[in-house]
Design a protein around this ligand. Structure first.
Ligand SMILES: Cc1cc2nc3c(=O)[nH]c(=O)nc-3n(C[C@H](O)[C@H](O)[C@H](O)COP(=O)(O)OP(=O)(O)OC[C@H]3O[C@@H](n4cnc5c(N)ncnc54)[C@H](O)[C@@H]3O)c2cc1C
Length: 332
């Protein structure tokens, strides 16, 4: 055990840390070796405490949300993995009109929720619909946490809905070990992009602006989004969802894809890669961009499959596909 690890253990307390925790159990792909140190943060304060402990001891750390878009190495992670289990959803404010004597009426039009980054997207969707709040219904069935959704700007492409659409501000934890409140624009959101992919800042909470809706209609919309998911995505498999980001619009125009689709799945399918496998890692035969672990796949299988696909697509279409999957490199 290194001196740096001892500092973390002293700071967080031995009973709160797990040693050599196997990471495959925490990812939807079911891949990944042991983390030297593993800590579950159930409050924002303990999340900050763990990040600070790692930084103070110059130890690599990784904040893990739902583990639904992540590939950990077979060798595991040399450092501290912090599993974000923060779970609070709070009312921050309302806008509307106060009670007016003349019309004998009042109304609320917008509601502001402050949500911990560890809250699961599905819980947030269900909660907001039950409160008659509109804006999250497109994400029913979307795996992962709020923090992971900010990181990638999670999206429902069919509905043109992005998680960032409702995010007006966030509390983040920076490299300087300072907490700060930032407006939504700070993240410079784009398709599959947010600034924190480069800065490494940690999302602690977000504030969402939701409109007043009607529960029955919101459930109808949410269920139709879920049904579309079931129809278009493979079910009951170990997967991380889409493996590659969609291509740029300029490339779709150059390649004259049907309807100028930017879908990476379309390119994979037309390159004959649907169902392609290396070892036990495979592209789904149901949805060409879905990566599947057929049982027993290793990170090495996945990396080989990615390299093979990228090569073929570059040769055939003259462009470089970019993984959507977050690949954690081995530090061994
Ligand atoms: C079946 C299936 C369907 C999917 N469908 C969709 C879809 O329709 N649309 C879509 O966009 N994605 C989809 N995905 C991908 C995935 O669900 C999203 O990318 C999701 O937002 C990942 O969230 P997570 O909490 O699981 O992140 P993780 O996989 O845990 O982490 C991903 C990255 O986010 C970072 N991160 C997590 N929390 C924080 C935080 N608090 N602060 C800073 N960084 C953080 C991690 O460090 C890591 O780099 C799907 C995945 C699966 C398995």
């Amino acid at each position: 055990m290194t001196g740096n690890y001892k500092k973390i253990i002293n700071s967080l307390g031995k009973n709160r840390i797990r040693f050599n925790e196997i990471l495959s159990g925490y990812t939807s792909l079911k891949i990944g070796g042991p983390a030297d140190l593993f800590f579950k943060a159930s409050t924002v304060e303990s999340l900050v405490e763990a990040v600070l402990a790692a930084r103070n001891s110059h130890t690599p750390f990784f904040v893990l949300g739902g583990g639904t878009n992540i590939l950990f190495p077979d060798e595991g992670f040399r450092g501290l993995v912090i599993k974000n289990e923060t779970s609070r959803i709070r009312l921050r404010g309302l806008t509307g009109r106060k009670y007016e004597k003349k019309t004998q009426s009042s109304f609320v039009d917008k509601v502001y929720l402050e949500v911990d980054s560890g809250v699961s997207i599905n819980r947030l969707v269900r909660f907001s619909i039950e409160q008659n709040l509109a804006g999250m219904e497109y994400f029913l069935g979307q795996p992962g946490t709020v923090g992971g959704a900010v990181f990638i700007n999670a999206h429902n492409m069919k509905e043109g809905a992005f998680f960032a659409d409702r995010l007006i501000s966030a509390r983040i934890y920076g490299k300087d070990c300072e907490e700060k409140n930032v407006p939504g624009e700070y993240f410079r959101f784009g398709y599959d992009r947010s600034a924190i992919q480069k800065t490494g800042e940690i999302v602690l909470t977000v504030t969402l602006e939701l409109k007043i809706g009607y529960k029955k209609l919101l459930w109808e919309k949410a269920k139709s989004c879920l049904e579309y998911r079931f129809k278009t995505q493979p079910g009951g498999v170990f997967t991380c969802g889409c493996l590659f980001r969609n291509i740029k619009h300029s490339d779709a125009i150059r390649l004259v894809t049907p309807g100028y689709t930017c879908s990476a799945g379309f390119l994979l399918e037309s390159a004959g890669l649907k169902g392609k496998a290396v070892g036990r890692a495979m592209l789904s035969s149901h949805h060409a961009n879905f990566l599947i672990n057929m049982g027993g796949a290793t990170a090495a299988d996945v990396l080989k499959l990615i390299a093979l696909i990228k090569n073929k697509i570059t040769q055939k279409y003259g462009l470089e596909l970019e993984p959507e999957l977050v690949i954690v490199r081995s530090l061994n």
